[in-house]
Design a protein around this ligand. Structure first.
Ligand SMILES: [Zn+2]
Length: 453
């Protein structure tokens, strides 16, 4: 999808690449490791200064943790594209496996090496380069509004971002978002994940007695392990179907377009069998049904603890038993609703005594495969990379994408600077300069088209 200004965009990015790599390196020199609580304020200020220098209206806003930097730029169109990024990075150990020190950025063999070079400071600068390119090609004015949200706690699980978005709905109002990171696959095709599942994580606890007892009394005393097992057994049928009343009420099936994408996707069945040494999948799934099964929500026992498990025998009746259970949820299930239904299910089945502790929750989020922003991202991706994107309707895991997608009601896509060898979170993390340039070209084309969607 080339436009009359495409040559100008690409020329700008080619010419100014060294400048943006230099800006990336400067940010990477700040050791903003969120897990160690170092340099967050300094890095937030550096990002604020950077965005201000590039013409953004910037605020550094507090959270109960590290501050969030918000930069806004008016555009010709009233439509606004939001970039979500983060200025914090992962710890660097083991330090001896780095070829050069992680916070002394260096370019070698066509790549910038440093902690954060890819995740996520390189992504941030590639986007800023794209914004500058479209402004330069349009007499200084961006074709659409642009809002950067740059947080400082992504690498420790974004504990405050969902509340931050809910507290700043007017400031962050936008019409689409680009997620913090993206990558191409080994064949150079852009990867585009359209949806993530949600999760409800709970601990279930049975307390049958005040203390453990001699198993010689098992004919009269209750056993917490059996109690918990019966409760767990009531939750799920052997074929994987969840037996909680109303559990499937809000489940959206895959669309016809999703089904087409699954059918086109190469099968990973043999690899999975090999990797995990399994002969059969859940409910005998295979072929295209195995791929589509990601649209089935799950009830998974992540851990189970009770009684005596060390060497030899101990004849004991456990007083207490616990299980960690996660439910992976699909659009449009709501973890709070599922938690209520779980409580009701246990009560109705005579398990009022089983305690539920809510340990965490994330909501599912998905952009439809025919959403205009998705189509624009695919079209412009093909123009830049010369290859079709690989679209994944839904992945099995969860992510805080929902924190933006739900309250703002926007589609979220994820083009970016990565490739399978980026070594994010590992020693020798790097961003290749050619990939940085391609990602900036891609984002610039998305910015050009977004105002008129
Ligand atoms: Zn990361």
């Amino acid at each position: 999808m080339s436009t009359p200004t495409t040559p100008a965009l690409d020329l700008f990015l080619d010419t100014n690449l060294p400048h943006y790599i230099d800006e990336t390196a400067r940010l990477c020199a700040i050791p903003s490791i969120s897990a160690h609580r170092t340099d967050a304020a300094r890095c937030a200020q550096a990002v604020a200064d950077l965005l201000t220098r590039h013409g953004f209206d910037v605020q550094v806003l507090p959270t109960p943790g590290n501050p969030v930097v918000v930069g806004r730029l008016q555009g010709r169109s009233p439509r606004t594209l939001l970039f979500y990024n983060h200025y914090d990075v992962q710890p660097v150990d083991p330090l001896n496996l780095w070829t050069s020190p992680p916070f002394e950025p260096v370019v070698r063999d066509g790549a910038l090496y440093a902690r954060g070079a890819k995740d996520d400071k390189g992504e941030l600068l590639a986007r800023l380069a794209a914004v500058d390119a479209v402004r330069a090609a349009h007499d200084g004015q961006s074709p659409c509004g642009v809002t950067f949200v740059v947080e400082g706690e992504e690498e420790i699980g974004s504990p405050h971002i969902a509340q931050f978005v809910r507290d700043h709905l007017d400031l962050l109002a936008s019409h689409g978002a680009i997620w913090e990171e993206g990558q191409i696959n080994a064949d150079g095709q852009p990867l585009l994940t359209l949806g993530r599942r949600g999760i409800l994580y709970v601990q279930l606890e049975a307390q049958a007695m005040t203390r453990d007892a001699h198993s010689g009394s098992a004919h009269i005393l209750p056993n917490a392990a059996w109690r918990l097992l019966y409760a767990l057994h009531s939750l799920r049928a052997p074929d994987g179907r969840i037996l909680i009343h109303g559990f499937y009420d809000h489940v959206q099936p895959p669309s016809p377009l999703d089904l087409e994408l699954f059918a086109a996707e190469p099968s990973n069945e043999a690899r999975l069998r090999d990797e995990y040494g399994v002969t059969d999948f859940v409910d005998g799934l295979s072929g295209v049904a195995l791929k589509q099964a990601v649209f089935n929500p799950t009830c998974n026992i992540a851990g189970l603890t009770a009684g005596y498990q060390a060497d030899g025998m101990k004849t004991v009746i456990p007083a207490r038993a616990t299980a960690k259970v996660d439910f992976r949820l699909v659009p449009d299930q709501d973890p709070d609703d599922i938690l209520e239904k779980l409580r009701r299910h246990l009560d109705e089945h005579g398990f009022e005594d089983i305690r539920i502790q809510r340990l965490g929750a994330m909501w599912p989020a998905r952009a439809p495969a025919d959403d205009p922003l998705v189509r624009l991202t695919v079209r412009t991706g093909e123009d830049v990379y010369g290859k079709p994107s690989v679209l994944t309707p839904l992945t099995g895991g969860s992510s805080p994408v929902y924190a933006f997608a739900r309250p703002l009601g926007i589609p979220v896509v994820s083009p970016g600077v990565g490739y399978p060898g980026s070594r994010t979170h590992a020693p020798d993390e790097h961003v290749r300069l050619d990939h940085f340039l391609l990602a900036a070209r891609h984002i610039a084309r998305i910015l050009e088209g977004f105002g008129d969607l």
